[in-house]
Design a protein around this ligand. Sequence first.
Ligand code: U2F
Length: 561
Amino acid sequence: QAVFRSNLSHLLELMGSGKESLIFMKKRTRRLTSQWAAAAQRLTRKLAGTQRDQKQVLVHIGFLTEESGDVFSPRVLKGGPLGEMVQWADILAALYVLGHSLRITVSLKELQSNLGVPPGRGSCPLTMPLPFDLIYTDYHGLQQMKQHMGLSFKKYRCRIRVIDTFGTEPAYNHEEYATLHGYRTNWGYWNLNPKQFMTMFPHTPDNSFMGFVSEELNETEKQLIKGGKASNMAVVYGKEASIWKGKEKFLNILNKYMEVHGTVYYDSQRPPEVPAFVKNHGLLPQPEFQQLLRKAKLFIGFGFPYEGPAPLEAIANGCIFLQSRFSPPHSSLNHEFFRGKPTSREVFSQHPYAENFIGKPHVWTVDYNNSEEFEAAIKAIMKTQVDPYLPYEYTCQGMLERIHAYIQHQDFCAAPAPASPGSHPAQSLFVLAPNATHLEWALNASSVPGAWPPPHSLRAWLAAPGKACTDACLDRGLICEPSFFPFLNSQEAFLKLQVPCDSTESEMHHLYPALAQPGQECYLQKEPLLFSCAGASTKYERLCPCRDFLKGQVALCQGCL
Ligand code: U2F
């Protein structure tokens, strides 16, 4: 039985020491302790009576190992990326607070000793019992485990969860398909269940959304912050000087109206090249950065870094976030940063989550190429009053609740649901909805015992040509749910939607099941690993499984806890 913990001092010991990255993470964990403890108390009440088994968990942070080059640790104090460390610190805290038994490794040697690989041996050729129910790692760690676990890797990989900031789409994950169809990258092709990849933001429901947390304010603090805002104070997003390069035009416009602050790293030999009017505080420790955000009215992004934690922190501290729209969108096809990442996702602004899940008045996304639009936004923002806001899924309670649900319900070691039509007992349980536009689940959840999310929340549509299922569901206020695809992968589903198929074929394709245009050819999915919410082509009308979600907690459906 797992028991919630509120004292994190043992976790801090487990985290080890030495590296700057670990020091940063531990400081964060120490600072957020009371917030985690309060969230644990609230969740204990909410889950009253739920039986939770204590899991043996290994957390192997591959990117911090010397063997993977550990390029992050030396840059912690120099303006390098901190988002990944924020997320790992919060994952460790959440697992620990939920009461699981944790081992943490940041070197190959520690990994080998925890896996029981004899010292000096490259890998263990025999399958050995794995002393962990769950392993959280990243792509670097996955590679290391494959090299050193021998045959056990294949046997136990269903217990692995891969923390993967930007996400891995099914077409890139399936080795044979990726190789044949040009989706092969340095990272993908592991043939895992796509839900085993856990992302920083809810990019695509094909992966599990892991997230991180931001500091929460109580009502008194919120009022104090609102009263103390300087309406003409802006903080620029970007702790590395390169981010500011070429942005003089915008900075000059901004400077006409507001006092411009920055937190750009510098060493005394070579101060950063930012305009003289900028009040640069240097890279700040996290708590001081939060204090700066509390005073500021505007947090402004110039296009990089993509999808980091800072905009959420700014919005939580009562700032308005102004960012540029990307047109055309950035992706692995046209931008160096995303090149080689196992996703075709198109990024329409610097922070799509802020744009789509938060939006106005907290988030303004404008065309920076249009100086008038940019200037008008700044003027309007200065007059706009906002309350500090943090989506529930980025609170400690929200993150604990989500990880609890995953640990409780996600089982990738069980035999996968068959993809092929005719073999799923559930296929006859659909009805066409009364308004004749979509399919609904006809019986209650007990009709597929143990299925998670429970299929009674299923709503299925035929999407317009060129629409991805992610978008088709969002358009209806729902979210695509890939685990429901097998229920739809049949000729009967098309028939019930009143699509008379001229022919039906079953093939490997990440857009199937779908209806091909022109004509009436129905295609079913042959390979369950390729069921994908992401992906679109004007050639196809995709059959899309959607579900509802809890307000502020997109990972969970209404009956999912
Ligand atoms: C993202 O990484 P970054 O580290 O660039 O993300 P940021 O949004 O800048 O924020 C990371 C943390 O840095 C903190 C701030 C955030 O929690 O509180 N911080 C600070 O401590 N002192 C300061 O002066 C300013 C900020 C993303 F997270 C990564 O996944 C990507 O790899 C990277 C590139 O896209 O962007």
